[in-house]
Design a protein around this ligand. Structure first.
Ligand code: ZN
Length: 252
């Protein structure tokens, strides 16, 4: 059931059955010239919308803004920071706990939100609730190695294309450019660097690492609606199964 567009009396009665509340969380940020700034919330919001038919789920409107401190140098990116995201989500959770709900699922579309979502999950646990967070892009690559990808590469671009074909223009694709720190310390993925046999994390702004705004193993110029469709189907199927098991969890 959708909390926003259903008669309130039906929502109030539905909440007495302690449904799981599910909320999409993303960001408005640059993903390369070809992809929409809303990529990170459009995808989770679509996934959540596909679950609203269920009689054990209360779907909420998405949180389209996130923590984009490292990417904020790119025009169009909107950064609300981790503290604001934590405060918004904790306020939403407090309201839902007040309405008798106990279990929550975050469908997250943005890596920069992860530490904030961990914090809210722990805060919620301390209040007697339970949060399950699903980072859809990490889930996708575990479900099928063909779905592997990085920030703004073939994985995200194909998936957002499958939802809204006109939101992507593959003619705008730019090549992958990585500004390496040195010949000895080489970039593995965004902040993670290879050095000899190990990895070292070095924080820099995203733009100073990849001036074209995307990074990943697969060029977004090869994105297809077909790949995005398959990713969405498999991720949504997985979440549907997870909900069945999550609702059986009794101990909080
Ligand atoms: Zn993204």
């Amino acid at each position: 059931m959708n909390i926003s567009n259903t008669p309130a009396k039906d929502v109030v009665n539905f909440m007495k059955k302690s449904p799981i509340a599910i909320i999409a969380i993303g960001s408005i940020e640059y993903h390369g010239a070809q992809a929409p700034l809303g990529t990170d919330y459009i995808i989770p919001d679509y996934i959540v919308s596909k679950l609203s038919h269920r009689d054990d789920i209360l779907t909420l409107p998405p949180i389209p803004y996130g923590n984009c401190q490292s990417i904020k140098d790119f025009p169009g990116t909107i950064n609300i920071g981790s503290t604001n995201l934590i405060n918004i989500l904790n306020s939403i959770i407090d309201s839902l706990l007040n309405s008798g709900l106990k279990k929550f699922i975050f469908v997250n579309g943005h890596g920069g939100n992860i530490s904030a979502l961990d914090q809210v999950g722990l805060d919620t646990f301390e209040k007697g609730g339970l949060v399950a967070t699903i980072d859809w892009w990490n889930l996708a690559k575990l479900l099928n190695p063909d779905y592997d990808g990085g920030h703004g590469d073939i994985q995200e671009t194909s998936t957002v294309m499958a939802i809204d074909r006109d939101s992507v223009n593959l003619e705008y694709c730019e090549p992958l450019v990585i500004n390496e720190l040195s010949n000895e310390i080489t970039n593995k993925y965004i902040t993670l660097h290879n050095y000899k046999n190990g990895n070292v994390k070095i924080m820099r702004s995203f733009k100073s690492v990849v001036p074209n705004g995307w990074i990943g193993p697969y060029d977004p110029k090869n994105s297809t609606v077909d790949l995005g469709d398959r990713i969405l189907v498999d991720v949504i199927d997985y979440i549907e199964e997870f909900i069945e098991s999550f609702k059986k969890v009794e101990q909080i």
